[in-house]
Design a protein around this ligand. Structure first.
Ligand code: C2E
Ligand code: MG
Ligand code: MG
Ligand code: MG
Length: 275
C-alpha cells in the first residue's frame, strides 16, 4: 500500500491500527453475508400520543446474527455507511416497513398506525433517493401518508436546496419528515424554517435529566416553544419515567417514545389496542 501511495510517501502502520482495520474489514464481510442471508430485520418501538395511545412506531434495524445473537445498530450502521452496504440495508428496512404498513392497513384496529424510518446520510445523498422511496411505496401498496422519514441535521447541511427538492417531491405524495436527534446538531433557525418538516424529535440526551436538571429542562422547553412557533409537532425520545413524561406533556410535547411505553420489538409483539 505504501508503494501505491507514491514513491516518496512513507507510511507507518502500527499493530493496533492494523488490528482495527482488519477487524473492520471482517465485520464488513460478515455484514455483507448476513444481509444476503436476510439477517437484518426491523424491530418497532411504539410512539404514543399525550393520552398514551399508540399512534405508530419507529423501525429500528437489528442484526439477527447466528453466533452473536441480536446485534444493535451502534455496531453495524457506521460500518455499513462506510461502504455501499448501507444502500441495500436502507432498502431492506424500508421494504420491511412498507410491508408492515400493508399488514396493518388490513385491520381496522391498526390501519391508522404510521411508521418512521431512519435515513442514512449516504442513502439520502443518492440522486434517485426520492424515486427509490416512491418505488418501494408503490410496489408494496403502502399508504405514503403513513410513512415518515427521519433525517438528521448534519445530513441537511451540505446542499440545502437539493435536500429541500427531495423532501418536497416526497411530501407531494404525502410522505412526512422528522428531524431526528434534534438539539445535538448545528441547525440554524433560518434554515430550519425553510425545510418542509412535520416534526422535531427531541434527542434523548436532553430528556434524561428531566425534570430536575435545570439545563435540560430549559433546553427542552425551548425546543418545544420552537416547534410550536414553526408549526411542527414535537416528539420526545428516550422517555423512561412518568416524571419525564409529565414534564414533557405539561410543556406541550405531542408524542412520546421510550422504554416507559415499550422497547423496540418485532411487529407482532407491539402492544396494539384492539377496539
Ligand atoms: P435513533 O433513530 O435516535 O433511535 C432511537 C434509539 O434510542 C434506538 O436505539 C432506541 O432503541 C433507543 N431508545 C428508545 N427509547 C429509549 C429509552 O427510553 N432509553 C434508552 N436508553 N434508549 C432508548 P437503537 O435501536 O440502538 O438505534 C440507534 C441508532 O441507530 C438510531 O438512533 C438510528 O440513528 C440508527 N438506526 C437504527 N436503525 C436504523 C436504520 O434502519 N437505518 C439507519 N440509517 N439508521 C438506523
Ligand atoms: Mg430515529
Ligand atoms: Mg433519534
Ligand atoms: Mg437519538
Amino acid at each position: 500500500q505504501a508503494k501505491a501511495a507514491g514513491r516518496n510517501t512513507q507510511r507507518f502502520f502500527d499493530p493496533a491500527m492494523q488490528a482495527a482495520a482488519s477487524a473492520r474489514a471482517a465485520l464488513e464481510a460478515d455484514l455483507r453475508q448476513g444481509m444476503a442471508r436476510g439477517e437484518i430485520v426491523a424491530y418497532y418501538q411504539p410512539v404514543v400520543d399525550a393520552e398514551g395511545r399508540i399512534r405508530g412506531a419507529e423501525a429500528l434495524a437489528r442484526w439477527r446474527h447466528p453466533q452473536r445473537g441480536l446485534v444493535l445498530p451502534g455496531e453495524f450502521i457506521a460500518i455499513a455507511e462506510q461502504s455501499s452496504l448501507i444502500l441495500e440495508l436502507s432498502q431492506q428496512v424500508l421494504e420491511a416497513a412498507c410491508a408492515q404498513l400493508v399488514r396493518w392497513a388490513a385491520d381496522s384496529a391498526t390501519r391508522t398506525l404510521g411508521i418512521a424510518v431512519n435515513v442514512s446520510a449516504r442513502t439520502f445523498r443518492q440522486p434517485d433517493f426520492a424515486d427509490g422511496v416512491l418505488a418501494a411505496l408503490q410496489a408494496s401498496g403502502a399508504h405514503p401518508g403513513l410513512l415518515r422519514l427521519e433525517l438528521t441535521e448534519s445530513m441537511l447541511l451540505g446542499d440545502v436546496e437539493d435536500a429541500i427538492g427531495k423532501m418536497r417531491r416526497l411530501k407531494d405524495h404525502g410522505v412526512g419528515f422528522s428531524l431526528d436527534d434534534f438539539g445535538t446538531g448545528y441547525s440554524s433557525l433560518g434554515y430550519l424554517q425553510r425545510l418542509p418538516l412535520d416534526e422535531l424529535k427531541i434527542d434523548r440526551s436532553f430528556v434524561r435529566g428531566l425534570p430536575s436538571n435545570a439545563n435540560d429542562a430549559a433546553i427542552v422547553r425551548t425546543i418545544l416553544t420552537l416547534a410550536r412557533s414553526l408549526g411542527l409537532r414535537a416528539v420526545a425520545e428516550g422517555v423512561e419515567t412518568s416524571a419525564q413524561r409529565d414534564f414533557l406533556r405539561a410543556h406541550g410535547c405531542d408524542a412520546f417514545q421510550g422504554y416507559l411505553f415499550g422497547r423496540p420489538v418485532p411487529a407482532e409483539e407491539l402492544p396494539v389496542q384492539h377496539p
